[in-house]
Design a protein around this ligand. Structure first.
Ligand code: GDP
Ligand code: MN
Length: 388
């Protein structure tokens, strides 16, 4: 789960990570008042769940409350397009009005879970600011990394090495070490999958401050973080993914054209691979789970049908815990209750596969039944090509 910058900064503040003073505003009026109470120069920042706002015109430095009002008028309601939003952009509902910082240097600090090492990795770089992806791609040696042993935790020498990697010295080195230690504590205790400060700045007055903040959380941990779960903003999420999570389906939208409906995450991954091999691309990952029933199949069809990118559907079910005849009944019932006008290929294997195939064939409904996965993938790709 993702949250907004202003929410991440609230959490970080509670962990003694230094952040500028700021007030969130939903209207130009509120933005003006916020600027008044903060005093002096402020920045007005669009609050969306995507980075790259600065380059997209979503971050404005202004000199007084009247200008803050104007900036909020420009930003609130705009479809902010960044390299992370896609071409349609993301509608801005709120701005964060923050006291402006006089920047001396922009640095980078990030923590992610490195699955290959099975450890959180802290990354630090002097080359912070808006082009960290470019730095990682072209000059990766400018990024210092420390892998943290989950049992032992962040060691002081590691925090020191990272602070040196940021080019900090003297009092700022001390501030940097404290900053890194506090950020790591926040990352662990709130079950983050990512905590990123870009830029981490050294101000002209010599303070080390988080100018931007991004925190993502492990969805599987949210049951023990009620307060964090409350920060969820459904407007920022893909509507079909929200619907799927309400129906307890594991669904992730992708950019291909074959709608996939599969039971089990591993089989779903294999199905996506074989669709690729056969010459097309999956429009989604969709795991309907072990105990597939009519309701779940129907909900899954609803989601696939609501996605205009889907040109054909591949249903791939392995009857292990679930029996294929039960699934076939579910599919037939769902297709009788819904109008599905897409070509459908079904492959059933496992327990009662033969009975399942008979139910499908005798249903009078139009779909292709395949026995082997390769055959099913080729059939669905052919259907996509025909539709195009
Ligand atoms: P992002 O583009 O979505 O990552 O948004 P950021 O919060 O990182 O802001 C983008 C850029 O705006 C930063 O890299 C800074 O250069 C600039 N910026 C943000 N806040 C301030 C500020 O308080 N003072 C100054 N001078 N620049 C700022
Ligand atoms: Mn940033």
């Amino acid at each position: 789960m993702k949250i907004h910058e202003y929410q991440a900064k609230e959490i970080l503040k509670a962990y003694q990570v230094p952040v500028p003073r700021g007030i969130v505003a939903a209207t130009p009026n509120e933005a003006e008042k916020a600027a008044e109470s903060l005093g002096g120069t402020v920045v007005v920042k669009a609050q969306i769940h995507a980075g790259g706002r600065g380059k997209g015109g979503g971050v404005k430095l202004v000199a007084n409350p009247a200008e803050a009002r104007q900036a909020a008028e420009d930003i609130i309601g705009m479809d902010l397009i960044t390299h992370q939003t896609g071409p349609e952009g993301q509608k801005v509902k709120q701005v964060f009005v923050e006291e402006a910082t006089d920047i001396d240097r922009e640095l980078y600090l990030g923590i992610v879970l490195d699955r290959a090492q099975s450890r959180p990795v802290i990354m630090a770089s002097r080359a912070g600011g808006m082009d960290i992806e470019e730095v990682a791609a072209t000059t990766p040696e400018k990024i210092h990394k420390e892998a943290i042993h989950p049992g032992i935790g962040l060691q002081p020498y590691q925090a020191c090495r990272l602070a040196f990697g940021l080019g900090l010295e003297g009092d700022q080195l001390k501030q940097g070490v404290t900053f890194i230690t506090s950020l790591y504590k926040a990352y662990i205790e709130t079950d983050c999958s990512l905590a990123e400060i870009n830029p981490l700045v050294v101000s002209k007055t010599g303070d080390v401050v988080a100018l931007d903040a991004k925190m993502n959380f492990d969805d599987n941990s949210l049951y023990r973080h009620e307060d964090i779960l409350k920060l969820r903003d459904l407007d920022e999420e893909d509507p079909l993914e929200v619907k799927a999570s309400e129906d307890s389906l594991n669904y992730i939208k992708l950019d291909g054209e074959v709608g996939c409906m599969v039971n089990g995450a591993g089989l779903a991954m294999a199905t996506m691979d074989i669709v690729k091999y056969a010459g097309s691309s999956p429009a989604n990952f969709l795991d309907v789970g072990g105990g597939t029933n009519v309701e779940r199949v129907k909900n899954a069809f609803h989601i696939l049908m609501s996605d205009p990118d889907v040109k054909a559907v591949l249903i791939n079910i392995f009857g292990g815990i679930v029996r294929c005849d039960r699934v076939a009944e579910g599919v037939v019932q769902a297709l009788k209750d819904l109008t599905v006008d897409l070509p459908i290929v079904i492959r059933l294997q496992g327990t009662n596969a033969k009975e399942g195939a008979e139910i499908l064939e005798n249903s009078g409904l139009k779909f292709a039944v395949a026995r082997e996965l390769k055959e099913a993938a080729e059939a669905v790709v052919k259907a996509v090509q025909k539709a195009a």
